[in-house]
Design a protein around this ligand. Sequence first.
Ligand code: NAD
Ligand code: WQD
Length: 340
Amino acid sequence: MAILVTGGLGYIGSHTVVELLNNNFEVVIVDDLSNSEKFILKNIENITGRKPVFYPFDLKRRELLTQVFDAHSIDGCINFAASKAVGESQIKPVDYYENNLFSLINILQEFKERGLSNFIFSSSCTVYGQADTMPIDENTPLKMPESVYGKTKQMGEEILADFAKAYQRKICLLRYFNPIGAHPSFKIGELPMGIPNNLVPYVMQTAAGIREKLNVWGNDYPTPDGTAIRDYIYVVDLAKAHVAALQKLMQDTADGAVIDIYNLGTGKGSSVLEVIKAFEVANNVEVPYQICERREGDITIAYANVDKAERELGWKSETSLEESLKTVWEWQKYLNARNI
Ligand code: NAD
Ligand code: WQD
C-alpha cells in the first residue's frame, strides 16, 4: 500500500512518515525542501530501517506529480505540504493562496482522474477562531480566520468536502491544535527557519541562548494568570492519529462520500506562563522572559474536546506537557551539536 505523503520531510510530516513505515505502509514523499532539510530523510531511514521513496519537487508542478502517480500505485494521500507562517501570509497573500491551494488542487485532479480515495488534510484549530465555548468540539461553528494562512485551511476544507461529495470519495480533515516536541530518537523535530513565531521553538532557542529573552505576548487576558491558553499536543501522538485516521478511511468499504473531521489535541489547556515553567522544570534550565503587549490577531483561549477522535479512531494523546518539553530540549542539543 503506497501512501503519498506531501511535505513528508517537514515537522509533522516526518514524524508521520516514521509511524507509517512502522505500520508497514509504503511511503512516497513529495517535498520541495522549501521548509525542510534533506538530512531528515536520512534520519527517517535511520530511525525506521526503511527507505521511503522521495521526490524533491514543488507540487504546483502538475506534470511531475502526474509522473509520480504513473510510477506508483497510490492508495491514499496525507497532504502536509503548505506554507504555514501566519505573519508572512499577510504580506504575501497571493503566494499563500497559490502554494496551499494549487498544490491541493493538483493532487485532487490526479485523485479525481484515477478514481482514488483516502485523502487526509492537515487542517488547524485556526478554523474555529475564538470559539465562544470551551472545549472546542467538531460541531463548534467555524469562523472565517483573520489570517490568509487560516483562510487557506478553511478553503482547503471546503474544496475537499466538495470533492468527496461530487465524486463519492473518502476524505478526512484533521484539525491540529498546537503541535510541539520531537521524536524520542531526537533525530527529527521542528526546524524553525529564522526567528520562530511559535511559542515552544522560541522558548527552546531562548533557553539555548540563541535568543536573549522570550516576549510573552500579553498578560491581561481573562485567564487565571493573564496569559493566553492553548492545547499543546506532542507531535508523535499527533503522528499516530494520522495512521489511525488513514486506517479508518481504508477500512470503510461502503459506497458513498465520507467526510471525517477530528480535532487533535490533548483536551487540556496550558497558559504561556505554564509552558515556560514546565519547560524550566522539565529541563532544569532558565527561560528569561518579559511581558509585552498582546500580539495582533491572537485569541485568548483554545483547547480541544477530543472525545470524537477517541471514540472513532481509538486514539488519544498519551504524552504530558513536561515529557514533550523534554524532547524539545534534547532536539535543541542535537541541533547545537551539528551547528544547525
Ligand atoms: P512544515 O513547514 O514543517 O512542513 C511542510 C512541508 O511541506 C515542508 O517540508 C515544505 O518543504 C513542504 N512544502 C511546502 N510547500 C510545498 C510544495 N508546494 N511542494 C512540495 N512541498 C512543499 O510544517 P508542519 O508544521 O509540519 O505542518 C504540516 C501541515 O500541518 C501544514 O499544512 C500546516 O499548515 C498544518 N498545521 C501545522 C500546525 C503547526 O503548528 N505546525 C498546526 C496546524 C496545522
Ligand atoms: C501560542 C501562545 C502567543 C510566541 C499559531 C497559528 C495557528 C496554528 C498554530 C497552524 C500565544 C504566545 C508565542 C512568543 C508568546 N498553526 N507566544 N511569545 O498563536 O496558538 O497559533 O500556530 O495552523 O494557525 O496562528 O501558536 O505558538 O504562535 O502561540 O507569548 O514568542 O504563545 O501569544 O498565546 P498560536 P503560537
